[in-house]
Design a protein around this ligand. Structure first.
Ligand SMILES: *Cc1c(COP(=O)(O)O)cnc(C)c1O
Length: 387
């Protein structure tokens, strides 16, 4: 039995060795604290769970969903985009549910890339931006994100030949893993670039609701002309503590959504309608207070982590968004993996090696803020003792 060539193209899992060491430590009875994975620790807000329970008991949700989605969800997403981002969406043609952002991002590769086509992907970035194109036989060309440019790609450095070949561009602000937000004018430059080179921009909007210090993240679609060249994946996973529910929507360019819909009618049968109705509750104004309290919670945790890192000499910049802190690996370590293994070995704390998110992530590590305060404080104390 040989796995397909396309599967063999996926690079080896960088966490494998680290995960083996974590498992060995835990098996030996060591109290390992993981600040590795970005998965909210708090439960889904009760009003969303209750809406889901009610919808679950309603037989109208029990049959095959359609891939167009329930009218209630499409309207709720359009209303939300107007209320929150000042973006107009036609609920019939510019909104479609997705079984999580990951599903949408992967399937967009199948919908738009032929073998040897090119997708541009941020580096470091969410791994599906590069694995997706490879799995459909296409190429992923990375665009380095560096601190000097505020962790946005240098569009001028892409070059006309490559830009002419590219069909898709993956972007994500607020960003995982760098926690950067889109600088003023950046989305405008992306729209102009995409127009010029006929590229479909896929903006992954997974963190717009998790922002601090009064900052409010925009939708990419609020940029003039964005809808002509782009789509946005709006995930409910992080902002509403709903990672397990698999609830997201793809919004924006109607032609692109039509292609995605046609593809999906051949792959899956849509998002369970009870979950779509729970999503309606999440997007209602009633949930705004819940989102605000999560913002404050992560803001406190961010301060806790950043202050502690600075005390031990890590030159970290406080992020304005996301559930992550992205920090430079202290001097004296050969690689980010090396540093993470050292932290695990000496402090029994797991942090993520930046190199796992792409070559430009090397020299950095990521801390996830999705751990309850007592454990976070304990982890920080242990890190402090390392210095
Ligand atoms: C967590 C995350 C996702 C996953 O979203 P789902 O809707 O749960 O599939 C997508 N993109 C980024 C950048 C993420 O960090």
């Amino acid at each position: 039995m040989t796995p397909s060539k396309r599967l063999q193209r996926i690079p080896p899992y960088l966490f494998a060795e680290l995960e083996r060491k974590i498992a060995a430590k835990r098996a030996a009875g060591v109290d390992v604290i993981s600040l590795g994975i970005g998965d909210p620790d708090r439960p889904t807000p009760a009003l969303i769970v209750e809406a889901g329970q009610e919808a679950l008991a309603d037989p109208s949700t029990h049959r095959y969903p359609t891939n167009r989605g329930r009218q209630e969800l499409r309207v709720a997403v359009a209303d939300y985009y107007m209320r929150r981002f000042d973006v107009t969406l036609d609920p019939d043609t510019e909104v479609i549910p997705a079984i999580g952002a990951k599903e949408a991002i992967f399937n967009l590769n199948l919908a738009f890339l032929d073998p040897s086509d090119v997708a541009l992907a941020a580096d470091p970035g969410y791994p599906v931006y590069t694995a997706g194109p490879l799995l459909v036989g296409a190429e992923a060309i990375v665009m380095p994100l560096v601190p000097e440019l505020g962790f946005v790609p240098d569009l001028d450095a892409i070059g006309a030949e490559l830009a002419g070949k590219a069909k898709l561009m993956y972007l994500n602000y607020p960003n995982n893993p760098t926690a950067a937000t889109a600088p003023e004018g950046f989305f405008e430059r992306v729209v102009a670039f995409a127009h010029e080179h006929q590229i479909l921009v896929v903006h992954d909007n997974s963190y717009s609701e998790i922002t601090f210090d009064g900052y409010r993240a925009p939708s990419f679609l609020a940029t003039p002309g964005a809808k002509d060249v782009g789509i946005e994946v709006y995930s409910l996973s992080k902002g509403y503590n709903m990672t397990g529910w698999r609830c997201a929507a793809l919004v924006g360019n109607a032609q692109a959504l039509e292609a995605y819909w046609r593809l999906k009618t051949n792959i899956d049968s849509g998002l369970f309608e009870a979950i779509q109705l729970a999503g309606v509750a999440a997007l209602s104004a009633d949930a705004d207070a819940e989102v605000e309290s999560m913002r404050l919670l992560y803001e406190r945790r961010r301060d806790l982590v950043c202050d502690a890192l600075r005390k031990i000499g890590v030159a970290v910049t406080k992020p304005r968004a996301t559930i992550y802190v992205w920090a430079p690996v202290p001097k004296g370590f050969a690689s980010s993996i090396d540093f993470c293994e050292h932290v695990l070995e000496r402090a029994a704390v797991v942090v993520s090696p930046g190199g796992a998110y792409g070559p430009s992530g090397e020299g950095w590590f990521r801390i996830s803020l999705t751990t309850p305060e007592e454990r976070l404080e304990e982890a920080i104390e242990r890190l402090g003792a390392l210095a």
